[in-house]
Design a protein around this ligand. Structure first.
Ligand code: F1P
Length: 565
């Protein structure tokens, strides 16, 4: 799996430039657009009182927006400059830790949130991120910008060609995402808007844009923001060469990370074992590496239909460290309890040997704190591992390294002056993201939550995921769309007899109901494939707790049946 993921991620940096329809990250047109956008960043930074740069997205894209804005603003603060970056995540800050997919479907909400954040500003650089070029929330914002081009410069970041942007109707709208993307392209000719859409190749798990999509979002926007910053404050003109230099640095992070494939494979194996035994994986991270952990963990719920506590993240100092707009959200429920202290108080007392604990830290984090917490964990379990970053001239002491079973330790070839730089930290974040994406994906594959590269047990919580669920059913059963829709609705509403109200309800009613139900897609798949009732399908799934086995078994039995017939 590590080798497959390694090859898959390599496609982000693919240099082939011969396909005129599919621009890659290194394609000259993409680099030029990045230069153009970096110049807008520079302009905003030179006029900080009147300007704001807004990064916005849904799900993973919103989480990456938050991370980028937080670290860019921290850098500005440290240099005593005005913090002019802001983030929007559909569903608000709670969406950072839980999947709030419904607001993603609301274009008017997107536009309204953007309008509020930009009130009174004369110049707004708006970067709307939607990996699949599909999120209505972002489409609503881009449409709003296109209507106010005197103030707004909209940028669309996604990883599909414009003609493949989503063209399904959006709630309360006469246009769809593709219309907006086409209007953006038209305005790009007058440099009034920009579309940044290199293709990255398919995701390892179909549709899991949190992986390559999320990594490329981070790489592209970091390069743009840092280039703009260097131009504004260090007089370094932004050129295509300097942008490709930033990308090459990320490629080096990719190479270095995957050169530790043995340790990575060991961690995937360990995490898979824990999930298979119905135990847990806990990421204990420091600073922004903690945020990477929280993000990776929270994404397993919608992607694999996981429980929130299958893989869980914790960060030192909890919400104080997150520095999110809405502050401490811990009163919202157990998913929002994220501090190390909370881990010690609520998880540690019942931690078992089957639970895996994975520390995420770097040499400039508080190593006394790391050691003290590792000591406490070791008193309960030896299933303690780490991903740790240090530098050739500033290494983590062996005594610390020896506390962990498997330690994926990356010693980076940078000078020790870089140790506190934002750039160094961003590279460690990217490296940690690649590792954790591999671990959580691999562990769920081992748990049997993936069937032939499809997230067969996804949560059907918004219109995009509803369409994806129907596509998955059609692909595997070969049945008509209407048959698949009926089976899906029977699973969603938990009934054999669909009423007129149910079949005629709009997709948002379906997703609202589906969000509260488990194993919706597997249930529908078994019903179609085995031609059985809802109760029989559920019984079949109960007999095969591993979803992939359940699906395999029903395909095998229907094969045997058709041979006999
Ligand atoms: C946004 C997103 C994904 C999430 C899920 C639902 O996608 O929230 O991050 O994993 O697929 O959609 P996009 O707008 O960036 O394509």
């Amino acid at each position: 799996m590590v080798q497959i993921l390694r090859r898959c991620d390599a496609e982000i940096f693919e240099k082939k430039d011969h396909d005129p329809f599919h621009q890659r990250l290194y394609s000259s047109a993409v680099i030029q657009t990045m230069v153009d956008v970096a110049k807008r960043v520079e302009m905003m930074l030179r006029d900080p009182e009147e300007s704001v740069i807004v990064l916005s997205g849904c799900g993973t894209s919103g989480r990456i927006a938050f991370l980028l804005v937080t670290s860019f603003n921290e850098m500005m603060k440290a240099q005593k400059q005005k913090q002019i970056c802001s983030y929007i995540i559909a569903g608000g800050d709670r969406a950072m830790l839980t999947s709030q997919e419904a607001p993603e479907d609301d274009p008017a909400l997107g536009a309204h949130t953007l309008e509020k954040i930009c009130a009174g500003k004369k110049h707004v650089l708006f970067i709307g991120i939607s990996c699949g070029m599909s999120a209505p929330f972002v489409a609503g914002q881009l449409d709003f910008c296109l209507q106010h081009l005197d103030i707004f410069t909209p940028v669309l970041l996604g990883f599909n060609p414009v003609h493949m942007a989503r063209s399904e109707p959006m709630q309360g709208c006469s246009f769809h995402f593709k219309d907006v993307a086409e209007r953006m392209t038209a305005e790009q000719r007058h440099e009034k808007a920009f579309v940044l859409n290199p293709v990255l190749g398919a995701e390892a798990i179909s549709g899991s844009s949190r992986m390559k999509g999320g990594s490329a979002t981070k790489i592209i926007l970091e390069s743009i923001l840092l280039a703009g910053h260097e131009a504004a404050f260090r007089g370094k003109r932004t050129t295509p060469e300097c942008i490709s230099g930033w990308i090459t640095a990320s490629e080096m992070v990719y190479e270095t990370t995957y050169s530790h494939s043995d340790e990575l494979a060991a961690l995937i194996h360990q995490a898979g074992e824990s999930l298979r035994m119905k135990a847990h994986v806990y990421y204990i991270g420091w600073g922004t590496l903690g945020i990477i952990g929280l993000t990776d963990a929270s994404e397993c719920v919608p992607t694999y239909g996981a429980d929130f506590d299958d893989i869980r993240g914790f960060i030192n100092n909890g919400f104080r460290e997150m520095k999110n707009k809405e502050g401490d959200l811990s009163c919202l429920g157990p998913e929002f309890v994220i501090g190390h202290k909370d881990f010690v108080d609520t998880i540690l007392p019942s931690l078992s040997q089957n639970d895996m604990v994975l520390f995420l830290f770097a040499v400039n984090d508080d190593l006394h704190e790391v050691t003290a917490l590792a000591d406490q964990v070791r008193r309960r379990t030896s299933n303690l591992h780490a991903i740790a970053h240090d530098l050739e001239k500033f290494t983590i002491p062996e005594t610390v390294c020896n506390m962990f079973g498997t330690i994926l330790r990356i010693t980076w070839p940078f000078s020790s002056e870089e140790v506190n730089s934002v750039v160094m930290r961003q590279r460690w974040e990217l490296s940690t993201k690649w590792c954790l994406n591999a671990i959580s994906t691999g562990a769920h594959v081992l748990k049997g939550k993936v069937y032939m590269n499809y997230m067969i047990d996804l949560r059907v919580s918004n219109s995009k995921l509803y369409t994806r669920a129907i596509n998955i059913l059609q692909r595997f059963t070969g049945c008509s769309k209407s048959e698949c829709v009926r089976a899906l609705l029977r699973a969603i509403y938990s009934t054999e007899d669909l009423s007129e109200d149910m079949t005629s309800a709009d997709v948002w009613k379906h997703t609202d109901a589906a969000n509260r139900r488990d194993r919706v897609v597997p249930t529908a798949l078994v019903m179609i494939q085995c031609g059985c009732t809802l109760t029989e399908a559920r019984h079949h799934l109960d007999c095969h707790p591993v979803i992939r086995d359940a699906v395999n078994a029903c395909f095998n039995s229907s094969k045997t049946k058709s041979t006999v017939d």
